[in-house]
Ligand binder design. Structure first.
Ligand code: URA
Length: 305
């Protein structure tokens, strides 16, 4: 199923809660949108779509012109499918000829002044692109840079990054053996912001999506790990929590995607049980990539008999 504004908004609130946020404010416009959803749900219908939904095009192909889905019952509009509908057609980014590095450099330059993201005025100015080895089988994708990432202009260098490094080490890997990126390339802004961070909104994700999709197209990894729900929902355009999406492989243009908890989740819930869940996802990734797995690795975070 595709992401709906409702599910994305709920996911966004969940991610705020996961980050310890207990209060948030709403603009009048947001309040009006919520009111419309509420009224529509009381009437047994769904919020009116601002534009008709379209069937999901393959994420890197040009989106077909929006048209009402054949299955939509008359008079009951389907909720708008934000990601499929608004994905930048692939033709909008024409990658240059050349090496993988040339193409990534092109995308990096493009991302720096990426109009759909800059026009939102809700993201900070410093771009954090990606790190690691583009000639890899394994690409890991998080949500957005935070304070430390912005300072160092490198993804996953703060506490979540340390946790990610530990996970990679347990797999027998290091940062320079994989490619690490984020779905949003700029730190989401907050008023009077210091070291505090927030999760990107659905609009911010949608605006940056063409860049990460083209990174994937350039790298052509054998496997993608989506770190956390924001990356998973954004990449796959599927609705759901990490718990419901992890534990199996998804498909993104023929590339298997494993969804797992964000490393910062393990900073908060560091029990062996939760670690084991992430570890089982990583074992599945290693198996699928034909990586050697020792008996010791297989037993990490299992309860002692
Ligand atoms: N969390 C992310 O999702 N990405 C980063 O780069 C850092 C923290």
């Amino acid at each position: 199923m595709s992401a709906t504004p409702n599910s994305l908004f709920r996911h966004y609130l969940d991610s705020l809660i996961q980050q310890g946020t207990t209060r948030t404010s709403l603009t009048d416009e947001a309040r009006n949108v919520l009111r419309t959803w509420y009224v529509a749900s009381r009437q047994g219908g769904r919020p009116a779509a601002s534009a008709p939904a379209s069937p999901e095009p393959p994420p890197l192909q040009a989106a077909a012109p929006a048209s009402a889905p054949a299955s939509a019952p008359a008079g009951k509009p389907e909720p708008p499918e934000l990601f499929p509908q608004n994905r930048e057609p692939a033709s909008a980014i024409t990658l240059p000829e050349g090496t993988m590095e040339d193409k990534l450099q092109y995308l990096r330059n493009l991302a720096q002044n990426w109009k759909p993201a800059r026009e939102l005025n809700s993201l900070r100015d410093t771009m954090v692109f990606a790190t690691g080895n583009p000639h890899t089988k394994l690409m890991l994708i998080g949500e957005a840079p935070g304070y430390y990432e912005e300072v160092q202009q490198e993804p996953f260098v703060g506490r979540a990054g340390e946790k990610l490094n530990q996970i990679l080490r347990a797999m027998g890997l290091s940062r320079d053996m994989v490619y690490i990126s984020n779905i949003v390339k700029f730190r989401p802004a907050l008023p009077n912001q210091r070291t505090n961070n927030r999760a990107p909104t659905p609009e911010e994700i949608e605006a940056c999506l063409p860049i990460i999709m083209h990174e994937i197209r350039v790298i052509q990894p054998k496997m993608i790990v989506a770190l956390g729900g924001t990356a998973a929902v954004g990449l796959l355009g599927e609705q759901g929590s990490v718990s419901s999406m992890r534990g199996r492989f998804h498909d993104l243009n023929g590339i298997p995607v494993r969804v797992t908890y964000h490393p910062s989740y393990l900073l908060r819930s560091d029990s062996p049980r939760e670690k084991r869940k992430v570890w089982e996802d990583m074992l599945a990734v290693m198996e699928r990539l034909d990586m050697p797995i020792s008996e010791k690795q297989r037993g990490y975070f299992l309860p002692r008999a």
